[in-house]
Design a protein around this ligand. Structure first.
Ligand code: ATP
Ligand code: ZN
Ligand code: MG
Length: 509
């Protein structure tokens, strides 16, 4: 993906390194030879590939016993750390002639200064591998704390990339226009003006569970959820040739590294831990503590477990492990599958509200894979099917809006969704009781994001694309019941014929 920054960011790199050699350099190598090496490096090696007058330069050097001190200054064309790697290779050859080896590298100081005019309002307080940050007068100065291995891992380049992303993200946050109306249904006559969750609680259709943002759904709500699933199956999944799969609900970190969620999921994840050992003796103190106090000693437990990932957040990422590293023949495309095998978990903090915003919720995740054209085309077919369901069966008032997909917003690449190929359509419906619109599902064309992240290829070499659509059962229920109420006789006839009689199982005294 390309960078949305309007003009390239000006930057200066200043690197002081000390090379520790296996013997005293001054004793064996003539100073003139080293001086000649520096001059010729400055003229060719360190400016290679850069526009005239640009690149890196050794601005000072010095030899002291086994140590060679170097100061390299550069612009953004041959960044000082790249210049150093080029230099080290040539210097190793030169010293090799005198049977001197390079034993180790000390990075005495690495200072990167960026033109930060555009980031005026954005305070950068801390960064990994950076020991000091100085932000003033439109400049951002970083003092890195790294060793040579960080050069191999391209840490300096990734830090700059991170800052550019932060800048782009800040720029897009200020703009509100990445919500754009695509379609609006006819106005509907609302039959209800109350909060459906409160009403369902009053009727005993559901009950708060012990966990935050979690409900126990009684037989009536469960029947409504299953009716939504049946409608989805009969009207959309089956006619379009979808096959059901079962996606894992525990998600290991490697999946989120590949899906990109590892860039930002932390404040919303439900974390999963395993015991450091299953040896009962290791856990005896915890067991004893509980037996004596009847309290679970959470702090003690935290010391004995290990985090291994999190609970299902976006539903489709763990599917991709099924295809990871594989090559698909073109003639199986488009592939269409769905999963409804378990809940999703998100820490919604203070945002919890009834069945509209939960920490534990249920979705049918619809996933399609194809060439670029097939993937975009299939999204259009889904939109048609959904419109039929919402208009002719649920009879709700809703609208569709073009929004920035999460992964683009996260990377500050929101501008890309303006192309209208890769992107997300949110479906929103009016909640009469609060007069607010609620997103109840979406349809996303994810481009080659997942195939790229999980190294899935197409035999013909064409780009492989994918899309997904998350149907939130609680959100469908929230929207439908908020507009139609809880009395079945007011529900649209087509829906009633699928839902049948709501089961009455429990009574409370
Ligand atoms: P919101 O903006 O409302 O938080 P989102 O953009 O985070 O939604 P997505 O990540 O697009 O939601 O998830 C897809 C679908 O999953 C949503 O359209 C919705 O149906 C459902 N969903 C997401 N978060 C929740 C939640 N906390 N409770 C219930 N359903 C949810
Ligand atoms: Zn998905
Ligand atoms: Mg959300």
């Amino acid at each position: 993906m390309t960078n949305q920054t309007e003009k390239p960011m000006e930057m200066t790199f200043e690197l002081h390194v000390v090379l520790n050699c296996s013997a005293s350099v001054g004793d064996k190598v003539a100073r003139e030879e080293l001086a000649g090496f520096v001059t010729s490096s400055n003229n060719t090696l360190l400016t290679r590939g850069a526009p005239p007058g640009c690149g890196a330069q050794i601005v000072s050097w010095d030899v002291l016993d086994e140590k060679i001190n170097l100061t390299i200054v550069s612009d953004r064309f041959v960044r000082a750390h790249d210049a150093f790697l080029r230099l080290k290779k040539e210097l190793t050859k030169l010293l090799g002639k005198y049977r001197i080896g390079i034993r180790g590298i000390e990075i005495a100081e690495y200072r990167i200064t960026l033109d930060w005019e555009a980031g005026e309002g954005l305070q950068i307080r801390q960064l990994p591998f950076v020991k000091a940050i100085n932000q003033a007068q439109g400049r951002l100065e970083l003092l890195l704390e790294i060793d040579e291995s960080a050069f191999d891992k391209r840490i300096p380049d990734r830090l700059i990339r991170l800052l550019e992303d932060k800048l782009d993200a800040a720029r897009w946050k200020g703009k509100s226009e990445h919500w754009e109306l695509l379609f609006e249904s006819a106005k509907k006559h609302y039959l209800f003006d109350k909060d459906p969750t409160a009403e369902m609680l009053a009727r005993g259709w559901l009950e708060h569970a012990a966990g935050r943002g979690q409900y126990v759904y009684g037989p009536q709500v469960t029947r409504i959820f299953r009716t939504f699933e049946k409608i989805l199956l009969d009207e959309l999944l089956t006619p379009l040739g979808y096959n059901e799969m079962i996606f894992p609900k525990f998600v290991a970190w490697d999946v989120w590294k590949r899906s990109g969620h590892a860039k930002g999921i932390y404040p919303e994840a439900y974390y999963v831990c395993t015991p450091k050992t299953r040896d009962p003796e290791y856990w005896e103190d915890v067991m004893d503590y509980f037996k004596v106090t009847n309290e679970v000693p959470v702090d003690m437990i935290l010391g004995k477990i290990e985090n291994v990932g999190g609970m299902c957040y976006a539903q489709c990422p763990p599917f991709w492990v099924f295809l990871q590293g594989k090559t698909l023949p073109d003639d199986i495309l488009p592939v269409t599958v769905f999963d409804r095998s378990g809940p999703s978990y998100r820490y919604e903090s203070g945002g919890l509200h009834g069945i509209e915003r939960l920490d534990e919720f249920h979705r049918v995740e619809i996933l399609w894979i194809g060439t670029k054209e097939q993937t975009i085309e299939h999204a259009k077919v889904l939109h048609e099917k959904y419109r039929h369901i919402f208009d002719d069966i649920l009879d709700i008032e809703w609208r569709e809006a073009w929004v920035t997909p999460w992964f683009m917003a996260q990377e500050g690449k929101a501008g890309l969704s303006e192309l209208r190929e890769v992107g997300t359509t949110d479906y929103e419906a009016m909640l009469p009781y609060s007069e607010k619109w609620l997103e109840f599902q979406n349809v996303s064309v994810n481009g080659d994001k997942y195939p790229r992240g999980f190294s899935v290829k197409l035999q013909s070499g064409q780009e492989l694309w994918s899309g997904c659509s998350g149907v939130g059962l609680e959100r469908w229920a929230a929207v439908f019941l908020a507009q139609k109420g809880l009395d079945a006789e007011n529900w649209p006839q087509k829906f009633r014929s699928v839902v049948g009689e709501l089961p009455e199982v429990f009574r409370f005294l």
